[in-house]
Design a protein. Structure first.
Length: 471
């Protein structure tokens, strides 16, 4: 185990830390007096208001090595920022050092090999823009401003996951700077234990500076089902959706959301603000009769209010929800993996949804299985291969005075669903920092000891121990 107790980090001299970093890094070093400090410490979730001692904005791997060397010698609390989009705000820490990779934006696509090498500051929208030039894609998140790094290290659910697997399942290798300052390439042959942990183990392994992904033919246009059903028929729609989802081919990863229609110009104006049931699906294959047949059941769950289904550019699919989740608003998200979505479980979710506190809040059902389930349980640190569904309780609001109400609703809804869950939790949708300890077993399951062993092997002094304990 690490030699240093992360609960009682050593006292550091901030000026010495800042000076050492400025002497060593090519990139910008931002301290508390820097005019850009408040902007640099902000992340997507406005609930997060942390004040690091210094932000080391790295320009490349060499800067990361220098930052890790300084961290190992002076021992501040360390956090690592990629896209800065994660709900728990693990990218920033109080009174420590942020290793900021957000300016590392390189993407290189090899269309012949169908691979992409991606630096750790890249977002999914930036990656999709490059891969779609060649009609290629790798499974990513559902909002394009999500960072590639954090989503992948935690698993990576998205709209094509049943066809192509999780984001982490499509990794061929990672470049990572470990606590000793070494730059390592981890894949199935080189550093296999580290590579195993990087696929779903989340934080605390080191600083991943780049990812090599496998790409799949997809796009530039894809067939979609996008249907808005009346909330009055919610229970019938959810039950019918469950049955259709379980019968869907692997080319479709059906999703359903209990939500209120946002004021989006792409959606019918007469529905804005109305509580509804959204059902969506993307066909991860060519357009045509096969796609239409695969998506048809999602369009026939009940008489719809609006059916917006049809072909759509993949990059638009991946970015369509961006305006509904703007940076700086306040968010709390927490989910369960579920093996069986029984009628009783559906009723419990609808009872919670009746108390939904804001129009921005929603409950999302995602369908798993397919390529995800075909990966053997112990092949990666991601521990929830057999689950059929993920159910997420997502609070969104604007006023800080409403924090307790919004977070309280999501926690209560999550608690109400717990009797129907498989006991697993998704690290990328796992609440805030105070939830970390209670969720360790749920996140890692039988892989917890091996994840801890790998962290201790590559970081015996606990340089990244505080990061490892964040959700």
């Amino acid at each position: 185990m690490p030699d240093t107790d992360p609960a009682t980090p050593p006292v550091i001299e901030e000026r010495a830390l800042v000076d050492r970093l400025r002497a060593a890094l090519r990139g910008e070093v931002i301290d508390r007096e820097h005019p850009g400090y408040d902007e640099a410490r902000c992340v997507w979730n406005g609930v997060i208001d942390r004040h690091p001692a210094v932000i080391a904005r790295c320009t490349g791997t060499a800067d990361v090595v220098e930052a890790v060397t300084v961290a190992r010698e002076l021992r501040p609390v360390v956090s690592v920022r990629g896209g800065g989009h994660q709900v728990a705000g693990s990218a920033v820490c109080d009174d420590g050092m942020v290793i900021d990779l957000s300016r590392m934006k390189g993407v290189y696509v090899d269309p012949e090999a169908r691979t992409a090498r991606v630096q750790a500051g890249v977002t999914w929208g930036e990656l999709d823009r490059e891969t779609q030039l060649f009609g290629l894609a790798t499974p990513g998140g559902e909002v394009s401003i999500t960072g590639v790094a954090g989503l992948t290290l935690g698993g990576g659910m998205g709209v094509t996951m049943r066809a192509f697997g999780l984001s982490c399942d499509n990794l061929r290798s990672v470049e990572i700077v470990t606590a000793d300052g070494a730059v390592r390439t981890a894949d199935h042959e080189r550093e296999p234990e580290l590579f195993w942990a990087a696929r779903g183990g989340g934080r605390g392994l080191g600083v991943v500076t780049s990812f090599e992904f496998e790409l799949h033919p997809l796009g530039p246009e894809v067939a979609t089902a996008q249907v808005i059903y009346p909330y009055e028929n919610a229970e019938t729609v959810v039950r019918n959706w469950r049955d259709a989802a379980l019968a869907s081919p692997e080319t479709v990863s059906p999703e359903l959301a209990l939500w209120s229609v946002p004021p989006d110009p792409a959606l019918p104006a007469e529905l804005h603000g109305r509580k509804v049931v959204f059902v969506v699906g993307v066909h991860a294959g060519p357009q045509g009769p096969e796609a239409d047949t695969a998506l048809a059941p999602l369009r026939q769950l009940a008489p719809p209010l609006a059916d917006l289904s049809g072909p759509m550019p993949y990059v638009v699919v991946q970015s369509a929800q961006d305006p509904m989740f703007p940076s700086g608003e306040r968010y709390f998200m927490k989910s369960h993996f579920v093996d069986e979505l029984s009628d009783e479980a559906i009723r419990a979710v609808l009872d919670s949804d009746a108390q939904r506190p804001t129009p921005q809040s929603l409950i999302v059902f995602r369908t798993l299985g397919g390529a995800i389930a075909r990966v053997p349980e112990d092949d990666t640190a991601f521990a929830h291969r057999s689950a059929r569904f993920n159910v997420s309780f997502d609070a969104g609001w604007s006023d800080p005075a409403f924090d307790a109400t919004a977070i309280g609703w999501a926690r209560a809804a999550w608690d109400a669903m717990k009797p129907y869950s498989s006991g697993g939790a998704y690290i990328n949708l796992a609440g805030l920092g105070e939830d970390a300890e209670e969720l360790v077993d749920a996140v890692y399951g039988p892989h917890e000891k091996q994840v801890d062993h790998t962290r201790a092997t590559y970081d015996p002094q606990g340089v990244f121990a505080p990061a490892a304990r964040m959700p």
